[in-house]
Design a protein around this ligand. Structure first.
Ligand code: ZN
Length: 198
C-alpha cells in the first residue's frame, strides 16, 4: 500500500500513526465529529481549518481563507459524510437523502481555480475561499458515493476503531486503518492466542 497520501495522526493519549483515508472526503472525518467523535474535535475556529487543510490531499496548501460560516458549513458537510460513510461501510445503500442534499449544496459552489505560472508551475487562483475548498470535498464525495468506489468504503476491523477509509488496494482486501496500529494489534493478539505461554 502506498503511503504517499498518508496523514500523520496523534490520537489523545495514543501513539502517532500514519493513516491513508484513500480519498479527500474521508480525510475530513479524522478532524472530529458529533457524539463520541467530539472528543477528537480539531476544528474549533476557522484558523484550525486553515491549518488543517495543508495536511489533507486537497493540494491547496495554506491558500484557503476560511470564514466562520465556512467552518459551520464544513462541520455540516463532515457530519453528513460521517453518516453516509458509516451507512455505506455497513453494506446498506439506504443513504440519507438529506445528507446527499448537503453534499449537493456544497458541490454547487465553484471549486478552486487552477492556474499555471510563468515557470510552468501549477497552483491555484488565490485566495481560495472556504466554500471552494468545501466544494472540492463535496465533489470528491459525489465521485465516491456515486460510483463503484462506494463498495470500497470500509470501517477499520480493529476493536472499537471507528476509522473510515476508502480501500484503494487492487485486491480490495484492506482491513485496517493502519498496519502500525490496528493491524499490528491484531497480529500481536493472534500470535499470543497461538502461543499463550509466550
Ligand atoms: Zn483501526
Amino acid at each position: 500500500m502506498t503511503l504517499a497520501n498518508a496523514m500523520e495522526l496523534a490520537p489523545l493519549g495514543g501513539q502517532r500513526f500514519r493513516f491513508d483515508a484513500g480519498t479527500l472526503c474521508l480525510e475530513l472525518l479524522v478532524t472530529g465529529g458529533e457524539g463520541e467523535l467530539s472528543k477528537w474535535e480539531r476544528l474549533h475556529t476557522p484558523a484550525d481549518l486553515t491549518a488543517w487543510i495543508p495536511h489533507s490531499r486537497a493540494g491547496l496548501g495554506d491558500l484557503v481563507q476560511v470564514s466562520a460560516d465556512d467552518l459551520a458549513a464544513t462541520l455540516r458537510v463532515r457530519a453528513a459524510l460521517q453518516r453516509l460513510a458509516e451507512t455505506a461501510a455497513s453494506g446498506s445503500r439506504a443513504l440519507s437523502g438529506a445528507d446527499l442534499a448537503t453534499l449537493n449544496e456544497a458541490a454547487a459552489a465553484p471549486p478552486p481555480v487552477p492556474v499555471i505560472g510563468p515557470a510552468l508551475e501549477r497552483t491555484w487562483a488565490s485566495p481560495v475561499t472556504g466554500a471552494q475548498f468545501l466544494s472540492a470535498v463535496a465533489r470528491d464525495a459525489i465521485e465516491v458515493f456515486g460510483g463503484p468506489a462506494l463498495d470500497r468504503i470500509r470501517t477499520c476491523g480493529g476493536e472499537r476503531c471507528p476509522m473510515l477509509f476508502l480501500d484503494t488496494s487492487r485486491p480490495g482486501a484492506r482491513r485496517w486503518c493502519s498496519m502500525d496500529r490496528c493491524g499490528n494489534r491484531y497480529k500481536l493478539r493472534t500470535r499470543r492466542d497461538r502461543h499463550p505461554a509466550g
